[in-house]
Design a protein. Structure first.
Length: 472
């Protein structure tokens, strides 16, 4: 015998809820899987590919940079730099959205107290039969609204906000890596300017002595006024170069101060000759850029967020199951408001299928798909740029090492030429032009030697940044 159960509104609501949970097995939302990226192959344009997975990026910046002043400045910059502090606030904002995304499964609940005063027209349908057309009503009402995640929309939105949060974290790490690189490069530039200024000052002293010597030779009748004028011009050329270097040094110190988040000031430092890099130029395998480069990681998190938002846009085209309820206390008399007879409640559950919405939902889906494709292309481009930066930095380091030795040999030869020319001039076996040319060439190449040393250091810094170093 089959018993007939009365279908109450509560039972109907429960049936709809069961249907909603049953339909959750029919997810429209897909799971993210990293796309196959052929761009990771042969990212580095170099023959010196490593045979293991060790990367220079795994070395802590405290180990890579041994100069104590530089270590102090990097640590100070990481604490006080304005870009770092801005990035941290971006993380805070993204974290708030991530928390909101996690709360998507929870119902919305609000409560309020109301007083309603109503005056009926005495000529209205009800007012004509009532002696008192004025009524007051008091109520305390709580409202609840909850949506079942049938198609994975809420889940996808949650994952999108989490990916956006992780993207902001990776963005902060990218700023950190760039800051370490900028501080190191600026510090090395200051040391190079110090060295160039020192060489220039020595050259000024030498040329000052040379002017006095050439004047004495003129008085002895061994040369003419043209030689004196040329030596004076060369002396002033060196003094002009000294001024240019002092200006560049002043600006470089101000740049370093800004990177450290403080007002421009003179910076303490060591010397260029004491700088050493205690790390092998190990690249690791190119696929490691996916986990070491913060900008590459940020680009992938952007792709994940776009992927999940596409899921959300697709889910919006399907029916949604919503459950709404309200209840509380309601009374015409304030002193009876908290009486048991004042209790009321209602619950509504139903499926809503969007049919015509001025094409908004379909447009949202098409835009989301296009934005997902854009995010994928940005991800691939970021990876290609990363490989290019690694290749350039490694080649620059290798080239500067070879160039540095040639320049050292050249400057040694020119120094000897200048010494010999001066001695021959004193004895009347050479012209003042030979001496001037040798001196000018020697100073120029000495400046280049220092510049080459600077480029070696900066190419190491660039390679470290390109590989994604600085996160430890």
């Amino acid at each position: 015998m089959i018993s007939i159960i009365k279908n109450t509104p509560l039972q109907k609501g429960l049936v709809l809820a069961v249907m909603a949970f049953t339909l959750q097995s029919c997810f429209v939302a897909k799971e993210y899987a990293r796309p196959e990226i052929t761009e990771t192959e042969n990212l580095y344009r170099t023959d010196n590919l490593p045979s293991d997975s060790i990367s220079m990026a795994d070395v802590s910046w405290k180990t890579l940079f041994t100069d104590t002043y530089l270590q102090q400045y990097i640590d100070e910059g990481l604490q006080n730099n304005m870009d770092i502090r801005i990035a941290i606030q971006q993380i805070v904002a993204a974290e708030a959205y991530a928390k909101q995304g996690k709360a998507g499964y929870l119902p919305s609940v609000n409560i309020g107290a109301n007083v309603t005063h109503q005056e009926l027209s005495k000529n209205s349908q009800f007012g004509a039969f009532l002696t008192n057309t004025s009524t007051d009503q008091f109520d305390v009402t709580a409202n609840l609204s909850w949506e079942a995640d049938i198609w994975g929309k809420i889940r996808s939105n949650k994952r999108a906000t989490q990916a956006a949060f992780l993207q902001s974290v990776a963005g902060h790490q990218a700023v950190k890596t760039q800051l370490i690189s900028s501080i190191a490069a600026t510090y090395y530039s200051i040391l190079a300017l110090d060295a160039q200024l020192e060489v220039t000052k020595k050259s000024i002293e030498t040329r000052k002595t040379g002017v006095e010597t050439i004047k004495a030779l003129k008085d002895a009748g061994l040369t003419n006024q043209v030689a004196v004028d040329q030596n004076i011009a060369q002396y002033n050329n060196a003094k002009s170069l000294e001024v240019d270097l002092e200006v560049a040094l002043f600006k470089a110190e101000n740049t370093l101060s800004i990177l450290l988040g403080k007002t421009p000031q003179q910076m303490k430092r060591s010397s260029l000759d004491t700088q050493t890099i205690n790390s092998d130029m190990k690249l690791g395998v190119s696929s490691q850029l996916l986990r070491n480069r913060p900008d590459v990681m940020a680009a992938e998190y952007g792709l994940i967020s776009a992927f999940e938002l596409t899921n959300v846009a697709k889910s919006n085209l399907y029916p949604s199951f919503k459950l709404t309820a309200s209840g509380g206390l309601q009374s015409l008399e304030l002193d009876q408001l908290f009486n048991a007879n004042s209790l009321f409640a209602n619950i509504v559950g139903g499926l809503t299928q969007p049919l015509f919405n001025q094409r908004k939902l379909k447009t949202q889906k098409e835009v989301a798909i296009a934005q997902q494709e854009q995010a994928l292309l940005r991800f691939k481009k970021t990876l290609l740029v990363a490989g290019n930066e690694v290749s350039n930095a490694l080649y620059a380091y290798s080239s500067e090492n070879r160039k540095f030795q040639f320049l050292k040999n050249e400057v040694e030869a020119l120094r000897k030429a200048a010494e010999n020319s001066e001695e021959l001039l004193k004895n009347g076996y050479a012209t003042y032009l030979d001496l001037l040319t040798a001196r000018q060439s020697a100073l120029s190449v000495e400046i280049k030697v220092i510049g080459s040393k600077l480029q070696q250091l900066q190419s190491v810094v660039n390679l470290y940044e390109a590989l994604g170093g600085g996160l430890k």
